[in-house]
Design a protein around this ligand. Structure first.
Ligand code: PEP
Ligand code: MG
Length: 330
């Protein structure tokens, strides 16, 4: 099987029924190395900017951040590069910015923290924008959005930084393109506000890791409840179908960037729901490319309808395993 997967690795991600799927990389520190492994990938769907922050013992300066972001944006000028603003808190601590809370996953994390510290947010946005001078591939992604006010406030700050950096660029005789701005759909509340969000953003990215955690009220890192944590729970699948349907109705492009997109069964289900942009860890790309090339989406749609109506996660997983085995995709 590994040989078959390797043999197809340089072929485009097109299903047997001729549907093109965009495969993107989830990256952290070594994004350029990760992109190298799958040259036909369509870009970076999620650059977790907190990882370089976590590797240091102090906040990186605007210039340090700018240099890092520029190396990524300029290495792939024709590919979209989606940089998520700092998503610390929860399971991602910063040693030099300690936070002590009883419920960190329900607490001060992601956009909540950076909007309370606009100094941190603005430095990062300015660094991203300065890095994108002369380029047009920067997409900015906001994590942990749970209400529209957070989007409005973030966009106000992004606009402020944009006007400053545009002026600086202009004085140097350079152009600054407006970045696309999108939000993570990972807090269940936003599933019911997609039309309202759509008025404010250019794209959505579904974080199935946190969406699963918050929909099921199961800590994604707690071994005592890990048997309850599954993105194949029928409620999670129905949520993902609703997100896709509502996003398309609102004409907003939507990517999936949680772990589910990098699992063969998960990718098949997402394709059946209608998703055509999947972002995943670099090591999953070849396998998922192979699964896509050996799948007909029309075949998976019947399966999806059956799965959406199952009672339990176990039933969903059993049916999926049977399907993958029958199609030789396991
Ligand atoms: C997610 O929540 O699914 C996601 C992609 O973000 P992270 O895993 O970094 O929280
Ligand atoms: Mg998340």
């Amino acid at each position: 099987l590994q040989d078959k997967i390797a043999a197809e690795a340089d072929n485009p991600s097109i299903t047997q029924d001729d549907k093109h799927v965009s495969l993107l990389v989830n990256a952290g520190l070594s994004a350029n190395v990760e992109m190298e492994q799958f040259k036909q990938g369509d870009g970076v769907g999620l650059y977790r900017t907190e990882i370089p922050f976590m590797m240091r013992d102090r906040f990186p300066s605007e210039q340090e951040q700018c240099d890092l972001y520029k190396s990524l944006l300029s290495a792939h000028p024709s590919k979209e590069i989606t940089m998520r603003t700092l998503d610390v808190g929860g399971d991602k601590p910063l040693s030099y910015f300690p936070i002590s809370e009883e419920n960190p996953f329900l607490g001060w994390r992601g956009i909540r923290l950076t909007l309370d510290h606009p100094d941190i947010f603005l430095v990062q946005i300015r660094a991203m924008l300065r890095a994108s001078i002369g380029l047009s591939n920067l997409h900015i992604l906001l994590p942990m959005i749970s209400n529209i006010g957070e989007v409005i406030e973030s966009k106000r700050l992004i606009k402020q930084a944009f006007l400053e950096v545009k002026e600086e660029a202009f004085q140097q005789g350079n152009m600054l393109s407006k970045p696309a701005v999108g939000v993570m759909l990972e807090v269940p509340a936003v599933i019911f506000q997609i039309p309202q969000l759509a008025d404010h953003v250019d794209f959505f990215s579904v974080g199935t890791n946190d969406l699963t955690q918050y929909l099921l009220a199961v800590d994604r890192n707690n071994a005592s409840v890990s048997s309850l944590y599954s993105s194949y729970h029928p409620s999670v699948l129905n949520a993902l179908q609703k997100i896709f349907d509502d996003s398309i109705k609102c004409n907003i492009p939507v990517t999936v960037c949680g772990e589910l997109a990098g699992e063969p069964a998960g990718a098949l289900l997402l394709l059946a729901m209608g998703y055509r942009k999947l972002s995943m860890n670099a090591h999953s790309l070849r396998k998922i490319n192979w699964v896509i090339r050996n799948t007909s989406i029309s075949d998976t749609q019947e399966l999806l309808q059956l799965l959406l109506h199952q009672e339990s996660t176990e039933q969903v997983i059993n049916l999926l395993e049977d399907y993958l085995e029958a199609k030789d995709l396991g």
